[in-house]
Write a protein that binds this ligand. Structure first.
Ligand code: NAD
Ligand code: UFG
Length: 337
């Protein structure tokens, strides 16, 4: 297949582009590089001797999209492009709605105009808001996301359901990621956040490598086993593989379908710290800090629907996530720069 990967220079998109190429697909990556470096694609080529076609551009640029669809005969779109920093979305909500919601709308229109109806969207467990039950299955109602980033994901999901209902040619996979972590096992590709990381694992990794002094553990009074927040961390390569399975699942399905992508197992912040220390052999000093506004106590997936319908199950455990994250961080202390 010829697959357009928007945001394919970023963390999850680049690992997925690699897997798609390895599976024999042709890949066109569209990215405006607002949160990534093209060096990522050189690493893909270093690893597998093939590189995606790269188009530098913005998903909101409809004329560029029309040209792209004319030039490359695209069969399916994997849509990763988006802004994802929760705190930034609170400070700059209009930028998030413009980029994530308006951007997705422009992209969908260009797809429809080009007759491309196979579409996979990067959504997030954040759409469940404060979940009423745990583990979270797709049958759980979507809740009230606590920030503009989360609301932008929910709005795009709703747009996708409306679009699917309007025309039976659409085949749409909405993939709700839990907490993606880890890196390619070579240490050549991984997560390269701008500035001080917001997310737990890149923060821990930068403490371990000596770039940051100490982790702040946001709250130790949650109703969890050790009082710290529990999340379902999933290896980015497992996540990437799920996209291939989702594409295949769309061969036999029309309409919009939702799948959770998680492992089904939650780990606390302190468990993550201990596990990273074991994998890296480095200490990760921490202090207990106040809860971070908007955080919930625990969030982990019921991944049974993905296993049943996609034939996909996360294969990599916490040790592998930590080992690969550490290899990437220690080999590339300054990321791709
Ligand atoms: P990332 O920032 O590493 O990758 C996103 C890529 O999209 C970047 O390369 C960026 O330059 C590009 N981009 C952003 N806006 C664009 C635009 N308007 N036009 C073209 N390119 C644009 O992020 P990631 O972690 O790889 O996340 C990929 C997707 O998965 C995002 O949509 C994100 O919201 C979603 N997601 C991520 C997580 C997570 O924790 N990483 C969790 C749930 C969902
Ligand atoms: N945490 C700390 N210290 C830090 C960073 C995080 O204690 O410096 C804690 C948080 O309080 C939380 C856990 O580590 O308990 C995980 O936090 P992350 O910021 O890594 O992840 P979140 O679960 O808050 O959110 C992530 C992404 C969202 C996505 C969501 C669900 O950032 O974009 O997973 O997919 F929506």
């Amino acid at each position: 297949m010829n697959i357009l990967v928007t945001g394919g220079v970023g963390f999850i998109g680049s690992h997925t582009a690699l897997i798609l190429l390895q599976a024999g697909h042709n890949v066109v990556v569209l990215d405006n590089l607002c949160n990534s470096s093209v060096e990522t694609l050189n690493r893909v080529s270093q690893l597998i001797g093939r590189k995606p076609v790269f188009v530098q551009g913005d998903i909101r640029d409809c004329e560029m999209l029309d040209r792209l669809f004319l030039k490359h005969s695209v069969d399916a779109v994997l849509h990763f492009a988006g802004l994802k920093a929760v705190a930034e979305s609170v400070a700059q909500p209009l930028r998030y709605y413009d980029n994530n919601v308006h951007g997705s709308q422009v992209l969908l229109q260009a797809c429809a105009d080009a007759g491309v109806f196979n579409f996979v969207f990067s959504s997030s467990a954040t759409v469940y808001g404060e979940p009423a039950q745990m583990p979270i299955s797709e049958a759980c109602p979507v809740g009230q996301p606590t920030n503009p980033y989360g609301r932008s994901k929910l709005m795009v999901e709703e747009m996708l359901r409306d679009v699917a209902a309007s025309d039976p040619r659409w085949r749409i996979a909405i993939l709700r990621y839990f907490n993606p972590v880890g890196a390619h096992k070579s240490g050549l590709m991984g997560e390269d956040p701008n500035g001080i990381p917001n997310n737990l694992l890149p923060y821990i990794a930068q403490v371990a490598v000596g770039k940051l002094q100490q982790l702040a553990v946001f709250g130790d009074d949650y109703p969890t086993a050790d009082g710290t927040g529990v999340r379902d961390y999933i290896h980015v390569m497992d996540l990437a593989e799920a996209h291939l399975r989702a594409l295949e699942a769309l061969y036999t399905r029309t309409g919009a379908h939702v799948w959770n992508l998680g492992t089904g197992r939650g780990y606390s912040v302190l468990e993550m710290v201990r596990s990273f220390e074991a994998a890296s052999g480095k200490p990760v000093p921490y202090r207990i800090a106040p809860r971070r506004p908007g955080d919930i106590a625990a969030c982990y997936a019921d991944p049974a629907k993905a296993e049943r319908e996609l034939g996909w199950k996360a294969q990599r455990g916490l040790d592998e996530m930590m080992r690969d994250a550490w290899l990437w961080q220690s080999m590339n202390p300054d990321g791709f720069r």
